[in-house]
Design a protein. Structure first.
Length: 462
């Protein structure tokens, strides 16, 4: 008789387009049946999901694990970061593999494979961040786009990483011609340097001046420039970590004109604000990230764009540093490593403040945190949905579970969370990756290093 390895019974299945009660039969890591009632004698194990939400695992398409940055390394590696992700209901990530200036893109993949292989516990892909455009990279790009790495990143800022506008344009064109997608960090490099010079000359060294040095217009200008360059070529573009309504409007307007422009925001821009930089005793450094946190009126504008379709995904930009690392910039905000943690709490925060807060429906929550990221980055329908033949990457979500988020109950390798004391109702209680129960009630249960490198396909414009 045919037997399933696992039966998830009686849960309320929520996908980006549906919400219904059914059983799910899983075999060899894949969903093999979704029916009203699957007989218990057909299965080896049963997980009773009565009264709970059953949703596709979260997909976080913007992480920085074990990344050299600002003279140090982000503190979560592929083991600690992906375990925290799994406990928080995320079953796949795409990490940014940043090309060292003296390495080719293929060598960069080798370096990131080395970091991830045998350590990651959930499936992972890489966006290649191109920092040097030369003949070798030009030759590598089209081949990589066609061979499992269909998305690249271009930084418009950061010394040693940024590319110039003409180079961005060339990469947009290569991506367009080879079914790829370019992700862009959009801020105006020269205006930031101009402001930093002035601020430091006036002795303004505290964390708040990080935000003053890179105001909203600085991001809006670069977003507009990147989007217009893409429009000139009719190339797809994905703007990462959109922090404010002005930048988001540029994306929305481009989309209204029919261009293939997409945008992502992150929990920090929806839930925190520029006021956080004023926390005493250098605690403002916790929030030093780029782009910086904005005036709080932007939060409502971003939620509106998420609901109405101007923005398509929510990722974390998880890039944690211990406070001791942040202290590198105690006397000069420009030396504070940029980045903050968030990989574990994303799903609970967006569910609580988005769905319970009345900004988005449960289906849109699934779409923004899982299905759209899977589609945009070439993983759908293997990932990002609950359907027959999809990977059994499934999260059981208890909408009644109340949790106060704290560094004491998170598992990220860092000594603070920007969301300390945030109260949420609704939390992931079990996470299945390819049919295996890998996390339950705050504990990682799976094997070590079980994550697989995802070779991805053609991006779907959303
Ligand atoms: O401050 C940030 N966002 N750090 C990570 C690198 C990046 O810009 O995404
Ligand atoms: Zn960035
Ligand atoms: Zn980032």
């Amino acid at each position: 008789m045919f037997t399933y390895d696992l039966l998830i019974k009686n849960g309320k299945i929520v996908t980006s387009g549906d919400c219904y009660i059914a059983d799910i039969g899983i075999k060899n890591g894949k969903i093999k049946d979704i029916s009203d009632e699957i007989a218990l004698d057909k299965t080896k194990k049963v997980f009773d999901a009565s009264g709970k939400i059953v949703m596709p695992g979260g997909i976080d398409v913007h992480t920085h694990l074990d990344m050299p940055f600002g003279g140090t390394y982000s503190s979560d590696n592929f083991e600690t970061g992906t375990k925290a992700a799994a406990i928080g209901g995320t079953t796949s990530i795409i990490d940014y593999a940043v090309q060292p200036k003296d390495k080719t893109l293929n060598e960069t993949i080798d370096i990131w494979n080395e970091k991830a292989k045998g350590k990651a516990v959930i499936d992972y892909g890489f966006h290649l961040a191109v920092t040097k455009l030369n003949d070798t990279t030009r030759e590598e790009l089209p081949k990589l786009l066609k061979n499992g790495f269909p998305s690249f990143k271009v930084f418009m800022v950061y010394d040693g990483m940024r590319l110039r506008d003409g180079e961005l344009m060339e990469i947009l064109k290569i991506a367009k011609d080879n079914d790829g997608l370019v992700c862009v960090h959009a801020e105006n490099y020269d205006s930031i340097n101009y402001r930093i010079e002035g601020l430091l000359a006036e002795g303004k060294t505290e964390p708040i001046y990080h935000a003053v040095s890179r105001p909203q217009k600085c991001e809006a200008e670069a977003t507009n420039r990147a989007v217009k360059l893409a429009e000139m070529l009719d190339a797809p573009i994905y703007i990462v970590h959109v922090s404010n309504g002005e930048a988001s409007d540029i994306i929305t307007n481009s989309r209204k004109q029919g261009f293939k422009t997409m945008g992502e925001t992150c929990p920090q821009y929806l839930l925190l604000s520029i006021d956080n930089y004023r926390e005493e005793d250098f605690n403002g450094a916790k929030y030093v990230m780029s782009p910086p946190l904005r005036e709080s009126f932007n939060q409502e504008l971003l939620w509106d764009d998420l609901r109405l379709g101007g923005l398509q995904s929510i990722a974390t930009d998880h890039c944690p540093f211990f406070m001791d690392q942040k202290r590198m910039g105690e006397n000069d905000f420009t030396k504070i490593p940029n980045g903050a943690p968030g990989i574990e709490a994303r799903m609970a925060l967006i569910h609580h403040f988005g769905v319970n807060g009345g900004h988005i429906s449960m289906e849109r929550f699934v779409e923004l945190t899982s299905s759209n990221p899977a589609k945009i980055f070439g993983m759908y329908p293997q990932k990002g949905t609950i359907a027959v033949n999809s990977d059994a990457d499934i999260v059981i979500f208890d909408t009644d579970k109340e949790v106060t988020i704290s560094i004491d109950n998170l598992h990220e390798e860092v000594d603070y969370t920007p969301y300390e004391g945030f109260k949420v109702k609704g939390y992931p209680i079990a996470t299945f990756s390819r049919g295996e129960l890998i996390a339950e009630n705050g504990e990682y249960l799976g094997d070590e290093g079980r994550g697989l490198l995802l070779k991805r396909g053609k991006p779907e414009i959303q």
